[in-house]
Design a protein around this ligand. Structure first.
Ligand code: DAH
Length: 352
């Protein structure tokens, strides 16, 4: 083979090689193409083998071209191999694909119970006024729940008709607390005045559940004792509370009431925050909503904890959290709070 024929063959083989390599669509086909253009029996190889028979000048010329064509074809083969391997790997990944795009089970975010939200709001209002939160036991003694609070032994609230007593061998004075007022005593026993505390918690009564009664409900008790506290302080405090809770237009009224642990005792009413006092469903046409019991701490209560009633005076009030929450959220039946019905509870999502 003369040098000119050798160079032509090299050019043809370069063109043919590129075509064969590009046409290979599998790695096996690529191996075959590689053998066909660079293998021992390929025209390229006979040119290479024939180099020795050429004169020196022609050998250099054809030799250089041989190298160029070999490099170009090898590069084309390895490019094509990389591309085919990439396709093979992608196919394998595609085959192993797990479809995670199916709709999952959506987790609904939880939210606080409306009574918890209400309790937090009440506690917030008083802690901002400087009150401290104290909590006490749900199992109480007759002393803390009744005697120390100046509730006489024959008071009807103490009967088994109203109070749940515990059947504990050797003890006859244990009961489920009927009011958070017991925390007044436990607090004053421990600290000297000034005292400004609130105590939220669960209370229990011998009661059949109906729209406005429940054997278990919640209260927040408040107690303030210091030198020089008067009924005006009580009124101001409760007015500030009512406005913070129900809105700045709310008016308050007090009328006399009796609780053994206060003297004088009163009932706080607020003007209906729904109708402004004209009468509506929320206030049952009254224009007013009775909210809580309050009064000036009875001297006997102060004496029971060793406070000097000549030097200290105080006020106390106790409110049912359900009673505060029901008009606030328009809940017509107390029992809804305890049934755990998700359709009811969902309405309060995002409140707290
Ligand atoms: N303990 C009372 C109740 O359960 C509420 C109450 C009334 C608390 C007057 C007080 C108060 O501190 O002064 O109905």
């Amino acid at each position: 083979m003369g040098p000119e024929e050798a160079l032509r063959t090299l050019n043809e083989e370069l063109t043919r090689g590129h075509r064969l390599i590009a046409a290979a669509v599998t790695l096996e086909a690529l191996d075959e193409a590689e053998t066909a253009v660079l293998g021992r029996r390929a025209p390229f190889s006979s040119v290479q083998r024939g180099l020795g028979g050429l004169d020196e000048e022609a050998r250099r010329r054809v030799g250089r071209r041989t190298n160029e064509v070999r490099e170009a074809l090898r590069a084309a083969v390895s490019d094509r191999r990389r591309a085919l391997e990439g396709e093979r790997d992608a196919r394998a990944l595609e085959g192993d694909r797990i479809d995670v795009t199916l709709p999952g089970r959506r987790l609904r975010p939880g939210s606080l119970h409306p009574l918890t939200v209400t309790m937090h709001r009440i506690v917030d209002i008083f802690t901002r006024m400087g009150y401290r939160v104290v909590e006490g036991p749900e199992i109480e003694t007759e002393w803390y729940n009744f005697d120390a609070l100046n509730i006489p032994p024959d008071h009807p609230a103490r009967s088994e008709k109203d109070t749940i007593y515990l059947d504990v061998p050797g003890r006859t004075d244990l009961l489920l607390r009927t009011e958070t007022s017991a925390m007044q005593i436990r607090t004053m026993e421990r600290v000297a005045p000034p005292v400004f505390v609130i105590s939220p918690g669960r209370v229990f009564r011998q009661e059949t559940a109906d729209p406005s009664h429940s054997p278990v409900f919640h209260q927040v008790e408040a107690l303030a004792v210091d030198e020089g506290l008067t009924f005006a302080d009580l009124k101001g405090t409760l007015e500030a509370f009512a406005r913070a809770m129900y809105g700045p237009e709310v008016r308050v009224r007090f009328h006399p009431d009796f609780f053994p642990f206060v003297e004088p005792g009163a009932q706080l009413g607020i003007s209906c925050f729904v109708c402004g006092g004209r009468g509506c469903r929320t206030c049952k046409g009254e224009g007013w909503i009775e909210l809580l019991g309050c009064g000036m701490v009875h001297p006997n209560v102060l004496k029971n904890v060793g406070y000097d009633p000549e030097r200290y005076t105080g006020f106390a009030f106790g409110m049912g959290i359900e009673r505060v929450a029901m008009p606030l959220y328009g809940v017509p039946d107390l029992r809804l709070f305890y049934e755990g019905d998700i359709r009811f509870l969902r309405q309060f999502q995002g409140l707290g």
